[in-house]
Design a protein around this ligand. Structure first.
Ligand code: AMP
Length: 192
């Protein structure tokens, strides 16, 4: 697929797992090297800041998208290529969705989980067909993936909806998945 911009969700907290940071940096370097732009939540905090810093340092393009109410609280990054200051959280979700050709979640907290699940549910509903990858660095998302399986096993999710997301453990696997992934054209109601 044509991968111009990848939208990444990840944490803003002070959690510091060296293996996760290393992979986030490797990903940032690699997308910059391949000329793939980054779209992200615009913060300089936590992993979000680490990722943006790395892409910028590697000569890549970074678009931050931040709601005006969070500009002070989430420390808007000062050196991104472009900062889009939007009105509400929902505007941010929509803008990041519109700008991203694909969505990747690296480790993070409730915000990260909310955003990647939104991309999964929108895809399940046929609102889009863009690739969604869970970057399961060091098995961080294993319990979430087990919960997904639990949902299928219990009949709350449909087995064929497993194809709406992919799981990769490192940068090479994420980018292989993204660049080889088909964009699914699925209309609301398809496969229902
Ligand atoms: P976290 O993973 O909790 O550190 O949050 C990562 C990013 O997600 C931060 O930029 C938050 O502003 C954002 N975020 C938090 N809650 C939400 C939400 N309900 N919808 C969209 N983004 C959110």
């Amino acid at each position: 697929m044509d991968l111009h911009r990848v939208c990444v969700y990840c944490g803003t907290s002070g959690a510091r797992d060296p293996a996760v940071e290393k992979e986030v940096r490797a990903f940032g370097q690699e997308i910059a090297r391949r000329g793939i732009g980054l779209v992200y939540g615009g913060s300089s905090l936590g992993l979000m800041g680490v990722l943006a810093d790395e892409v910028i340092a590697s000569g890549g393009k970074v678009i931050g998208v931040i709601p005006e109410a969070l500009v002070g609280r989430e420390a808007a990054h000062k050196s991104v290529t472009e900062m889009k200051v939007v009105h509400t959280m929902h505007d941010r979700d929509q803008t990041m969705f519109d700008l991203g050709d694909a969505f990747v979640a690296f480790p993070g907290g409730f915000g990260t989980l909310d955003q990647i699940l939104e991309m999964i549910t929108w895809k399940q509903l046929g609102i889009h067909g863009k690739p969604v990858v869970i970057a399961n660095i060091g098995g961080y998302f294993d319990p979430l993936l087990q919960q997904f399986e639990n949902a299928v096993r219990s009949g709350y999710a449909r087995p064929h909806d497993r194809i709406v997301y992919a799981v990769a453990a490192n940068t090479t696997a994420i980018l292989t998945l993204l660049e080889g992934a088909p964009v699914l054209f699925r209309k609301p109601g398809d496969w229902a």
